[in-house]
Design a binder for this molecule. Sequence first.
Ligand SMILES: [Zn+2]
Length: 403
Amino acid sequence: MYVQSHSIGWLCYFYIMQFYSADFIFDGHTFLPDGNVLVMSDNGMVEAILQNETNDSVKHLQGMLMPGMINTHCHLELSHLKGMIPEHTGLVDFLLSVNRGRHTFTPEQIDVAILQAEQQMIQNGIVAVGDISNSNHTLIQKQKRQLQYHTFVECVGLLDTNAQQRFEYSLNLCHEFEKLHPASVVLHAPYSASDTLIRLVNEVSANKRTTIHNQECEDENELFLSGEGNFLRLFNAILQDDSFFHASGKNSLQTYLPKLDQQEKLILVHNTVSSEEDIRMAHSLKKELYWCLCPNANLYIENRLPDIPMMMKNGCELMLGTDSLASNHELSILAEIQTIQEHFPAISLEEKLTWATSNGAKALGMDNTLGSFVKGKKPGMVQVENVVTRERLPGDLVIRCRP
Ligand SMILES: [Zn+2]
């Protein structure tokens, strides 16, 4: 549609403009006042937000209009494990099940599951993903560039003796993904990395965005505090040995975070059992820290949630992730918001939508183009048709993604 507008004048000579109003417009940070109009060019760029625009071309959309969402933590390569892992077993048994299950599928089955999972994210209004990879299985799908990605190539290795070999494998894989989009080598979790591996990954982390699974369960803290507990069962199942592990006497985060002195932009994922004291210690290290919540995966695996109000009170910058279909029934950031809404009804919808959009974009370094309706950005547009209040999402969502 070719439109002339009094308010934005000459811009219309160069682009075809679309004018949108909605019952509610969330701009990535806040709900705009009633009557505001979003002006988008036909290439998906935000041109302006106008107040009291009344030209005949304004198209009114039912429900809520918001920028495309950011899934800050996913494992697309595990999509074929959907429905395969029992719920509420705890992290150690979950990890053992994933380890058993991931090798029993054909490459074709894995590829189809990845394709379908990506399509599901697109239909659910997701435009960018922080995706964990241990393999090159997602390379082909990512080459199609249907979503924006930062790939975090995970490094796992319990023994110092094979740390160099594990590290070089991950570094080579990272170079493959870097041909497509930003990528970095990261540690999987504090309990799955030897001291040598932590040092090697830390050494290549300067100026990179990194991530780590943090304090996902009490067993993890217990391992580092006392050298006891359920994780010894994991070590013995994988290596038939647990003598390599030495407790530090401090909990997980307090043990490893000071060692990651080159990881300045770090996304901590899960944080299910992180305490106020942990958060204060982490913030005292003066990093750019991001705290990613994956509530549906937490309920799936451990059947508990992080203390989100406490994290908010302590100034944690929050964002949302789905984790993988091995530990979630769907890849939907709005479904994560619904779960938080159900368990912590006092947290405003505006706050949660900010985590889902502008905060996620910032954590992945994509905030120059994504996450908010700001002139010059191309954040995508998502309409949730059946939203009737600024306070909460309805149960069954009617989502429409607009090009
Ligand atoms: Zn994960």
